[in-house]
Design a protein around this ligand. Structure first.
Ligand code: GCB
Length: 628
């Protein structure tokens, strides 16, 4: 294809057929309507939050949305009869109708469309669309042609659009459907907000680049192999792609920067890539006198910058990833250890839901939420029940919160090949997209999978666990197992560690004593199994205050008493590798109708609008925070 160059780059800056400027590795040549300024080099400064890998991305603006029927082959459906409304991303179509209770919110198709211009000859560069998340099934069309389908409402994905692009205006249309409920199933206890609820961006790369097709991952995977006081040895595995039509020779370089921008380690390698090549190279780096990532005490981050440089010294691609040097151990007797020191995990669980926006929470709102967890004194977060945005794992790194990251394999799994295949894909997306976050301590394989057809379920979960171990041998796996299952159950013996969701004093049992007694029984029967509490909690309407000891009354008083009782029992058992309050914030669960109103799970320590810190919040703050 030979597009006219419509923007004036000085000819002397061209390198062969590539229009990449010296000292400027990547020119954005795409504009999204009129709102993105493209003057000079400033235009490339814009980055977007979700899975941006440090690359310069152009967020696509000017979206329109409809739930009407649309013919996707009709360009971006611009001439169809559908009624379109202007929307901004992140967006969900049921933030408003999603919390009126009764499980009745809209589940079906939603269409998004926008246009962008190709203003310059692409040469042999590639252009990808990167979608932060689309719940749950997405089909992407460019100029009326389908370029890809993605199943999985919580992970990021990319499609290569290059072959469909034309000079001038291009249409992109994305159909999103939140009806199927494969992963997670419909009985999961939260509202499935449909839509493009994270960012959508274009990313353009030179023909030789760090691979963008690796399950949405950054293509650079950093593993700390050993740590002593003197040095940390880090392996950087880099996936390379050559989509050019001839062999290319490049220098692959990885540099580690400290927080003062000094280079503290670097390594490089000359690589020759045949046309069409997909190759992996590993560089070894050594950081002297490493400063460790120490959780809340000192969440110190290096950053690893991977560059590909051509024989003339031009940077062709650059990927920046966080690097935290730390060692994690989980022991059945000593619990959780960070860098060799015992660190009992005081955890909370986080859904990506906010009032008024559902899943379409902004990065600022997520930062505010981490600020509230910090204020509470939590040192750990279970990122339930699915893949969160990159910005959330970045916040966990930055705030020093040890994280449990998981996939939406929940309750009733369906024992079809399609389910198993999608569960595997989602596991690979979770791990590759988030491999480099030092905060992530464990990969969660499932939550409360019920024991229907027990042996088939076990073989599915065993397979997923093996996949996670193969993807990342450096981290232990875990699972949130249904509460009160004995150690003889097969599902208690699949992952490296387990947690149980235990609701003594809420759904069953007694708030005093039962929890500790159960934990002791489990520990005595399985002394070699690291056991944690993946959930415990009680509901409370944010303004229901009454002296009561009655379970399920949804008073703040009962909730605070429950937490005091439960937490003190767990605290006396330091062999527990984790404890996670369910949940940090009230969240939308449309099928519920209890406590203060319909559509809300009110087990949060803070109300859904973040306005009310409940009594239990203050109890934890007094017990957890360094500055109560
Ligand atoms: C659980 C589930 C979680 C629910 C919670 C509850 O065990 O894992 O998704 O929201 O219980 O509130 O019942």
């Amino acid at each position: 294809m030979n597009y006219g160059v419509t923007r004036g780059y000085a000819p002397e800056t061209r390198i062969g057929r590539q229009l990449i400027n010296v000292g400027l590795y990547k020119r954005l040549i795409l504009t999204g309507g009129l709102t993105i300024g493209m003057a000079g080099t400033g235009a490339i400064a814009q980055t977007v939050g979700d899975a941006d890998n440090g690359r310069h991305l152009e967020a696509l603006p000017n979206w329109q949305f409809t739930t009407d029927a649309v013919d996707p082959t009709d360009g971006a459906a611009s001439s169809s009869d559908a009624e379109w409304t202007a929307v901004t991303l992140p967006h969900t179509w049921n933030a408003q109708d999603g919390s009126d209770g009764g499980d009745n919110y809209y589940r079906g198709d939603g269409w998004y469309k926008t246009t962008f211009d190709v203003t310059e000859n692409l040469g042999d560069r590639r252009v990808f669309v990167q979608v932060g998340a689309a719940n749950e099934i997405a089909e992407v069309f460019v100029n009326g042609t389908r370029v890809g389908t993605h199943a999985g409402g919580y992970s990021a994905f990319r499609f290569d659009l290059t072959d469909e692009l034309v000079e001038g205006s291009n249409d992109i249309a994305i159909k999103v459907n939140n009806a199927p409920h494969r992963l997670p199933p419909i009985d999961a206890d939260f509202t499935f907000f449909g839509g493009l609820y994270r960012s959508v961006a274009l990313v353009e790369v030179a023909p030789v680049h760090v691979d963008l097709t690796d399950f949405g991952g950054p293509g650079v995977y950093l593993t700390t192999e050993s740590v002593t006081d003197d040095a940390a040895e880090v392996a950087a595995r880099v996936k390379l792609a050559n989509d050019g039509d001839d062999e290319r020779r490049v220098t692959l370089r990885v540099q580690v920067f400290d927080d003062g921008d000094a280079v503290v380690a670097e390594a490089e390698n000359a690589v020759t890539l045949a046309t069409g090549a997909r190759e992996e190279r590993t560089l070894e780096l050594s950081i002297s006198d490493p400063r460790l990532w120490q959780g809340r005490a000192d969440p110190y981050l290096y950053r690893a910058v991977t560059t590909l440089v051509d024989t003339d010294g031009n940077v062709l691609d650059e990927v920046t990833e966080p690097l935290g040097v730390r060692e994690i151990e989980i022991d059945p007797q000593d619990g959780f250890l960070l860098n060799g020191e015992s660190m009992p995990l005081r955890g909370v669980s986080y859904h990506q839901d906010v009032e008024g926006a559902g899943f379409a929470a902004t990065d600022d709102q997520k930062r505010r939420d981490f600020g509230i967890m910090d204020e509470l004194g939590a040192n750990s977060v279970r990122l339930a029940h699915y893949q969160h945005s990159r910005s959330v794992y970045d916040l966990a790194d930055e705030f020093g919160m040890v994280a449990w990251a998981e996939v939406p394999v929940i309750s009733e799994v369906d024992l079809t090949d399609a389910y198993a295949q999608n569960a595997r894909q989602q596991m690979q997306e979770l791990i590759r997209q988030n491999y480099n976050h030092p905060s992530i301590a464990v990969w969660g394989i499932w939550n409360e999978v019920s024991l229907q057809s027990a042996s088939d379920v076990s073989s599915l979960l065993t397979d997923l666990n093996a996949l996670a171990k193969a993807e990342d041998p450096s981290r232990p796996t875990t699972a949130a197992v249904l509460g009160r299952l004995g150690p003889e159950e097969p599902v208690m013996n699949i992952t490296d560690t387990v947690g149980q969701n235990l609701y003594f004093g809420w759904y069953y049992g007694n708030p005093t004593g039962d929890l500790g007694a159960w934990l002791d029984e489990l520990h005595a029967a399985a002394p070699d199994l690291p056991i944690g509490v993946s959930e415990y909690g009680a509901g409370a309407g944010p303004s229901i205050q009454a002296e009561t000891t009655v379970q399920q009354d949804h008073t703040e008083t009962y909730q605070a008493d429950y937490h005091e009782e439960a937490y003190l029992q767990m605290k006396e058992r330091p062999w527990l590798w984790s404890t996670f309050v369910w949940a940090m914030f009230d969240f939308a669960s449309d099928a519920r109708d209890e406590g203060e109103g319909p559509g809300i799970n009110d087990k949060g320590l803070v109300s859904r609008d973040r306005e009310v810190r409940k009594d239990a919040f203050y109890w934890y703050q007094a017990n957890w925070s360094e500055d109560p």
